[in-house]
Ligand binder design. Structure first.
Ligand code: SF4
Length: 357
């Protein structure tokens, strides 16, 4: 134990103190050769565009959720030019349900920027990649390593967990000091050869073996050297985010259904929550032109953002005013049976599904 404590102390020092062992990457690559995932859709016909889209989708989202979205997205936007020329609504529609919509808006912006500034080719260097909207250091490293075989490191959530446990790096990785230490470990252990395989292997290891709640240490290729396992302290790593209570806000969403059974949607402003997505109108005065008769309140639905809970009370009306004057880019009569291809805010999707049912 005392030896492990000494290493814990070392783990918060600068990268110059890290003495990487080649065995680390050798074990990871050997495991990858026999157990790594090699048939994921983005592992076929590898190019920078396909790697980029998969990396953005995989942020905060599990592989099995991403696969059908990725396949549909690639079918609709097979290359960066097609994505760059698409309407933002179309891009958001193909993202509907994946959440964190700023990722989709940034994808679209980046595609346009790459077509304008880089002749339609994603750049190969991390320095240039990180200048593009929505591409952080880890995503840039993954694109450079997997698509361009550059000697670059990644540090996504899975890799942070593996490294924090293996090298007993204390503290919450969301803190920049802790993230810097983990980057030092990531860079020190990335091999010069087979960097694309190693990158994929580390992501796989974190996703399939070194999982958050049930790490499969007996089958892990790093179990002989893992310091958290040796100390029987795997559950302590990575450190948890300090708890904070978040405020609760509330709103009403008005469900106006016309005589054709269509539901009134309003486009959200281009900034703020659910930016540019379609949603149910919120202010009563905004739906006064459309509503007649008695309203029915539904039970409250809670939607949680990172910084607040939103309690939504849906209020349903019947309306006969399908001909009311409407600006078409702001208002939409949404047909539940023939849905328009537009991006819709997540809780509104739930409300519409309930309405249809
Ligand atoms: S031995 Fe266990 S805790 Fe350590 S890296 Fe492997 S799976 Fe993670």
């Amino acid at each position: 134990m005392s030896k492990i404590r000494t290493k814990k102390a070392a783990s918060t020092t600068k990268s110059t103190a890290i003495k990487p062992s080649a065995k680390f990457s050798q074990r990871v690559l050997k495991w990858f050769d026999s157990h790594g995932r090699k048939d994921l859709p983005w592992q076929e016909d590898i190019n920078a565009y396909r790697v980029w889209i998969s990396e953005i989708m995989l942020q905060q989202t599990q592989v099995k959720t991403v696969i059908p979205y990725y396949q549909n997205f690639m079918q609709r936007f097979p290359d960066i030019q097609t994505l760059s020329n698409a309407e933002q609504d179309d891009v958001l529609h193909y993202w509907s349900g994946l959440g964190y919509y700023s990722r989709a808006r940034n994808l679209h912006k980046t595609a346009q920027q790459v077509c304008e500034q880089f002749n339609g080719e994603l750049p190969a260097s991390v320095e240039q990649l990180v200048t593009l909207p929505g591409i952080g250091r880890s995503t840039a490293g993954a694109i450079a390593a997997i698509a361009f075989s550059q000697h670059c490191s990644i540090l996504d959530g899975n890799v942070k967990r593996v490294l924090a446990r293996h090298f007993v790096v204390e503290g919450w990785p969301g803190q920049s000091k802790i993230a810097d230490t983990l980057w030092d470990y990531a860079e020190a252990h990335t091999p010069k050869k087979r960097v694309a395989d190693y990158t994929q292997a580390m992501m796989d290891l974190g996703a399939t073996l070194c999982t958050r709640s049930k790490p499969d240490c007996p089958n892990c290729p790093l179990n002989h050297s893992c310091m958290a396992l040796a100390a029987d302290e795997v559950k302590l790593y990575p450190g948890k985010k300090p708890k904070k209570t978040i405020p609760v806000r509330s709103t009403e969403m008005h469900i106006v259904v016309n005589s054709k059974g269509q539901v009134l949607l309003q486009k959200r402003p281009p900034t703020g929550i659910w930016a540019s997505l379609w949603s149910l109108p919120e202010g009563k005065s905004t739906v006064d032109n459309f509503t007649k008769g008695k309203a029915t309140s539904w039970p409250v639905i809670r939607h949680t953002f990172s910084h607040f809970h939103l309690d939504i009370t849906p209020i349903q009306y019947k309306s006969n005013t399908a001909s009311a004057v409407m600006e078409p880019d702001q208002w939409l009569w949404y047909d539940l049976n023939k849905p328009a291809e537009v991006g819709i805010a997540a809780p509104v999707t739930r409300i519409l599904a309930k309405l249809k049912a």
